[in-house]
Design a protein around this ligand. Structure first.
Ligand SMILES: [Zn+2]
Length: 91
């Protein structure tokens, strides 16, 4: 079972969250080529070990988080807000 330590809500079961996908994608500019967009949207590494992922705390504070998770052990190493300026942390 995966436990995620939300910066706002504390440690919660992953069932409260919605997986958002690869958190390491660098999205191209809106006027980038179709090829750049195809690469960003469809081409993914299949990482064995630590990877950055986005998770939405859907049944909690509703914040988007960046989570560094090990794909082999599911151990969570780092959790931080996905966007700056999301308000002040309460803890
Ligand atoms: Zn939360």
């Amino acid at each position: 079972m995966i436990k995620i330590d939300c910066p706002f809500c504390g440690v919660r079961d992953h069932s409260e969250f919605s997986y958002g996908g690869d958190g390491s994608i660098e999205w191209p500019a809106l006027d980038a080529s179709a090829s750049d967009w195809v690469t960003a949207v469809y081409e993914r590494d299949n990482i064995r070990g630590k990877q950055w992922e986005t998770w939405h705390h859907l049944y909690g504070c509703r914040q988007w988080l960046l989570v560094e998770r090990d794909t082999l052990t599911h151990e969570i190493h780092t959790v931080k807000l996905a966007h700056s300026g999301c308000g002040q942390l309460s803890r």
